[in-house]
Design a protein around this ligand. Structure first.
Ligand code: NAI
Ligand code: MG
Length: 395
């Protein structure tokens, strides 16, 4: 019997391409695991009216470790229109199954490391005052609260009367009282002290374990006094246990400016759900973009690892495939770290670094080519060639 059982959820589009590549690398490094397949995503929605089948939840409950590719999501009306005819008007409502997974298993700690690999032509560079360019090393690890805030899904268009009634108890709601309710849309931002404490503690623990000098709380407490204010307050309390680590605070808007000026100043960053989503995409853009952006969703029991990118449907059918497998492979590496197989994790990271630095085998994104069937004839490597190059560097 293998030491680990991993639930593999390729999902849709290029999820089905990159996930098997990651498993090839895990096999090559000697990770002692077997993989059980679980369905998730658009096909399940179209055929069953549920993008996140119970069988998938059961497998994750049992095996605790998940590798996820990507899913396709479409707007409400389109989702209804693509549902099999006999399922329509039966009350099925589409929701994002990855958001669903995060909520069902309380995967409240999302980690998104954004580290530049030397030699990556997509790395951030900066013009020097005296002429010429410099390439600061970016090594930021974003901790995003994954289950609450603006993405918790508590929202209405044309809110019910009780909701409007409750809001009317707030003096600031006066400004909206004369607006007809069908003209009002509301998305709520709920933070809880416990979830703030968990994400902030996870960030400080990570900084301590990996020797990062600072933790930056990236919110907007000057305006979002209650929610961002709570995150700040909790961070101050938690920081007391980590006297050797500096605690910085930035506002999300200013942070977006500073990270494009001095990204090397930042190390561990912690934020609520939406700001964490934004700031992690921005940092990912400085270290290679979607082809490199990996993530972990961690709860008390279950952990799911996934690239940040989506299903990129326009590349799904290309044969041979051209998309970059590195984001998915790096997500699998985060799984190795999570279960304590750090030597294997380091081996894969080093192999990726060597392939990037050599620069001989590059997918189209790393060559700054437009994606498409002719990318390979222009010198880009296929998905599988990149995987093979990484495997060849493992020893
Ligand atoms: P996307 O991430 O799928 O693709 C955007 C563009 O990024 C692609 O057209 C491609 O040029 C590039 N790209 C993405 N992954 C790449 C890779 N591995 N290598 C090289 N280039 C890559 O985002 P898009 O087009 O906005 O959404 C497509 C579908 O994916 C939608 O249905 C969306 O809802 C869904 N989605 C799912 C996510 C998830 O499963 N976690 C996250 C984001 C979007
Ligand atoms: Mg995002």
């Amino acid at each position: 019997m293998a030491k680990y059982t991993v639930v593999k959820m390729p999902g849709d589009g290029i999820g089905k391409i990159v996930l098997p590549e990651a498993i090839r690398v895990l096999d090559a490094v000697g990770f002692d695991a077997e993989y059980v397949h679980a369905d998730i995503g658009w096909e399940r929605w179209v055929n069953e009216g549920n993008p996140l089948p119970d069988a998938t939840l059961d497998l994750l409950r049992k095996h605790k470790l998940g590798l996820f590719g990507a899913i396709t999501s479409k707007p409400k009306t389109q989702a209804q229109a693509e549902l099999r005819p006999e399922l329509r008007d039966k009350g099925h409502v589409y929701y994002s199954p990855i958001v669903g997974l995060r909520q069902v298993f309380e995967l409240d700690v999302c980690i998104r490391p954004c580290r530049s690999f030397p030699g990556n032509p997509l790395n951030f560079i900066r013009q020097k005052a005296g002429g010429g360019f410099e390439e600061p090393k970016v090594d930021a690890v974003i901790f995003r609260q994954n289950t609450e805030g603006l993405y918790a899904g508590i929202e209405w268009t044309n809110p019910p009367e009780q909701v409007l009634g409750a809001l009317a108890t707030h003096p600031k709601f006066k400004a909206f009282e004369s607006v007809p309710s069908e003209e009002i849309a509301i998305s709520t931002r709920v933070f809880t002290r416990n979830a703030c404490r968990r994400i902030v503690t996870a960030a400080f623990e990570y900084a301590k374990k990996h020797g990062y000098p600072s933790v930056t709380i990236c919110e907007k407490p000057n305006v979002l006094r209650e929610t961002s204010g709570m995150m700040e307050e909790v961070a101050k309390e938690v920081h007391a246990d980590y006297p050797d680590i500096q605690r910085w605070s930035t506002n999300i808007d200013a942070q977006m400016m500073w990270l494009t000026k001095n990204p090397e100043d930042y190390s561990v960053i912690v934020a609520g759900n939406m700001f964490g989503d934004i700031v992690s995409d921005a940092f990912a853009g400085l270290v290679g973009g979607l082809g490199f952006a990996c993530s972990a969703n961690i709860g008390d029991e279950v952990a799911v690892f996934e690239p940040t990118h989506g299903s990129a449907p326009k590349y799904e059918k290309l044969d041979p495939p051209i998309v970059n497998p590195i984001a998915m492979i790096l997500s699998a590496v985060m799984m190795l770290d999570h279960v304590g197989e750090t030597d294997k994790a380091d081996a894969i990271r080093n192999a990726i670094a060597a392939v990037v630095e050599e620069g001989k085998v590059r997918t189209y994104d790393m060559m700054r080519l437009p994606g498409g069937p002719d990318a390979l004839s222009k010198g880009a490597a296929s998905t599988t060639r990149v995987t093979e190059a990484i495997i060849a560097h493992l020893s």
